[in-house]
Design a protein around this ligand. Sequence first.
Ligand code: B12
Length: 144
Amino acid sequence: MPDERKMRVLLSRDDWYHQRGYWVIASALKDAGFEVVLGGIQTPVDIVQTALEEDVDVVGYRIMDGAPKVLLPILFEEMEKRGGRDIPVVVGGIVPEKEETVLRELGVRDVFHPYSPLQEITERIRRIAMERRRSRSDSEDEKP
Ligand code: B12
């Protein structure tokens, strides 16, 4: 049976000061028809807890403080431990270009830099969310 719920995105961030972009993304996702779970400022461990509790389709992590290479491995390690490794993670904010490849190798599904057009962001997140729903329902179908 196809999952008819709205696509759910957990939106988390790493710093207190750069709030503007967080609310811009939250509004853009809502306007595009997503249900947005506002995690606010969260550690990677909190993010995984919320993502599992809220059964989200995608985790959106806004990173502004210069530490994506530190935060993402902790997030994925926690996902591995808790069983949420199949939840796609996208990152936005200040990500040095040369770190992007490393982040993608770790498993980050997409990276959005300053001035990314909002419509492109929401479309790319929708595609990622739909892919996850599909692979989830395929694995449900395969259960005996
Ligand atoms: C405005 C601003 C501030 C404001 C924030 C106001 C607020 N309420 O948000 C204030 C003045 C508070 C501020 C403070 C600081 N700032 Co400042 N700030 C900026 C600035 C100029 C713009 C950020 C912004 O709001 N952009 C508008 C929003 C809409 O765009 P955005 O955040 O880029 O988001 C877009 C994408 O990145 C993406 N995106 C972002 N997040 C996410 C999340 C998801 C899930 C997705 C899908 C997409 C996505 O989508 C958005 C649309 O395209 C940037 C420079 C820049 N041009 O980016 C520096 C910048 C972010 N700041 C910086 C710094 C260093 C600081 C300070 C540490 C400075 C200082 N020494 O005090 C302080 C931090 C506070 C502190 N004391 O520790 C650095 C960060 C460097 C880094 N991380 O490597 C930057 C890059 C400036 C620079 N070139 O050095 N800042």
